[in-house]
Design a binder for this molecule. Structure first.
Ligand SMILES: C[S@@+](CC[C@H](N)C(=O)[O-])C[C@H]1O[C@@H](n2cnc3c(N)ncnc32)[C@H](O)[C@@H]1O
Length: 196
């Protein structure tokens, strides 16, 4: 759940879309709430639903939202992806686990992260595939998704979601990868010669 530098780009891209307009936003897999709280500060009229399956995360986000004075606009709910969020959304942001669990030994630096914080079943992309599928029904006509995947921030309009879902696997490095340095692949610069 440690925030990575790429999340700053995600927040900038999300805030750029909303600016100072009212917007109904979901931050899915909110972790510490770094994205939800930063976006609430950058987009003063946004109402943000921050979701996570982790009870620890929920408590942490509530504390952080309170600490940064945005608890009235960051609603923290525990549950799977968009399930606990009501209504039509203008924007969905997410930095979900995307690394295959069977590759866990390759990322000792992530050993301190909570189970389920960085790794997911199968090829690791199942959570994003499910999120993008449900986003098609949950976004308003002009809505969009902004996701973090390895060191990329990807923005997709609602009608681009099926295409993004189909090419998700192209956006991640093809194993075998060189062993990551600190933080890679979640946001830090990749080591020389790394496949990105
Ligand atoms: C890589 S961490 C990112 C945390 C935060 N978004 C950030 O960028 O700092 C992924 C988060 O997704 C949460 N998560 C995993 N599966 C989830 C699911 N099905 N629904 C909601 N959150 C989930 C984990 O508990 C974890 O907090």
């Amino acid at each position: 759940m440690t925030p990575r530098p790429t999340s700053e780009h995600l927040v900038s891209a999300a805030a750029e879309r909303i600016r100072d307009r009212p917007a109904w936003v979901a931050d899915v897999g909110t972790g510490s709430g770094a994205i939800a709280v930063s976006l609430a500060l950058a987009a003063p009229k946004a109402e943000i639903w921050a979701t996570d399956v982790s009870a620890t995360a929920v408590l942490l986000v509530r504390a952080n939202a309170h600490r940064f004075g945005v608890r009235d606009r960051v609603r923290v709910v525990r549950g799977d992806l968009l399930a606990p969020v009501p209504g039509q959304l203008d924007l969905i942001v997410a930095n979900l686990p995307y690394l295959p669990r069977h590759d866990r030994d390759r990322y000792p630096v992530l050993g301190a992260e909570p189970e389920g914080g960085a790794f997911a079943a199968g090829d690791g992309l199942g959570l994003y595939r499910r999120l993008l599928r449900s986003a098609e029904d949950r976004l308003s006509a002009s809505g969009a998704v902004v996701i973090q995947l390895h060191r990329r921030v990807v923005v997709a309009e609602r009608d681009e979601l099926p295409a993004l879902r189909a090419r998700l696997a192209e956006l991640v490095p093809v194993p075998p990868q060189p062993p990551p340095e600190l933080g890679w692949p979640c946001g830090e610069p990749a080591p020389q010669g790394a496949v990105a």
